[in-house]
Design a protein around this ligand. Sequence first.
Ligand SMILES: NC(=O)c1ccc[n+]([C@@H]2O[C@H](COP(=O)([O-])OP(=O)(O)OC[C@H]3O[C@@H](n4cnc5c(N)ncnc54)[C@H](OP(=O)(O)O)[C@@H]3O)[C@@H](O)[C@H]2O)c1
Length: 289
Amino acid sequence: MARVAFLGMGVMGYPMAGHLKNKGGHEVTVYNRTTAKAEKWATEYGGDHAPTPAEAARDKDFVFACVGNDDDLRSITLGENGAFAAMKKGAIFIDNTTASAEVARELAAEAEKRGFSFLDAPVSGGQAGAENGVLTVMCGGEQEVFDRAKPVIDAYARMVGLMGPVGAGQLTKMINQICIAGLVQGLAEGIHFGKKAGLDIEKVVEVISKGAAGSWQMENRYKTMNEGKYDFGFAVDWMRKDLGICLEEANRNGAKLPVTALVDQFYKEVQAMGGNRWDTSSLLARLEK
Ligand SMILES: NC(=O)c1ccc[n+]([C@@H]2O[C@H](COP(=O)([O-])OP(=O)(O)OC[C@H]3O[C@@H](n4cnc5c(N)ncnc54)[C@H](OP(=O)(O)O)[C@@H]3O)[C@@H](O)[C@H]2O)c1
């Protein structure tokens, strides 16, 4: 059993912290900017909550975070009452936010100066993966740090991998999002075409999902796409944040991402349709408007 803090009680962080408490059996203290959510968590799981990231992080062996973007992460670590000033020597900060590889390297250097370690550990698997404790976790950091953190991370994960040095977890998550972007647009075009052709989409997917066109997105999203339902899932705003990170990194490393850049613009149009919080499968709504 370890002493653990979790910063950020959002859609993902709330259930992840719950698994650290119930499945992992750890002593967990949570922090959230909007205090009501931290209080709700503490009541539901019987853990503690703290009013600032620093107070939550003080004397903990592992401090987890899952907030929105690079700036949010800088704010809860290095900002006023940030966690880094209170971290104990030898502790590990594990960041589950989807952020840039740059901010991971920046925070890891800051952590080293202060005598503790940093792992970037973005996740894949969505809200359902977080609630069921079966996330895929892509880590960047030192082997020895990873080996100490993995048994704790296991509480909310089905697959935990060390991808390379600090930043490699975020780079792997970028690949994940690049692979999803083009695929979802392809799926949207397939369903759109099928409807125009007057075919029964249920029947089409039942057959083609078993062949080479099958994918997680097809299995899990075709039904709601066919019904025009997008009010759930992974928000377009988050996807645009992620694709922005991918495109910036590609500018640096020279990778060519023509389809990713195009799909990013399609998501911009979905946002203009009022779809900021719609699931990423709403690329079909853009074709149907
Ligand atoms: N949702 C998914 O399916 C999914 C899947 C994989 C990865 N992710 C990634 O996981 C991260 C979190 O996603 P989510 O869906 O859990 O988001 P969310 O529900 O919007 O939660 C974001 C959390 O971060 C906190 N926060 C944001 N800015 C902050 C700041 N400046 N200072 C302090 N706290 C701040 C929010 O506090 P308040 O409650 O006060 O707003 C909230 O607890 C994102 O990087 C996202 O890209 C999400």
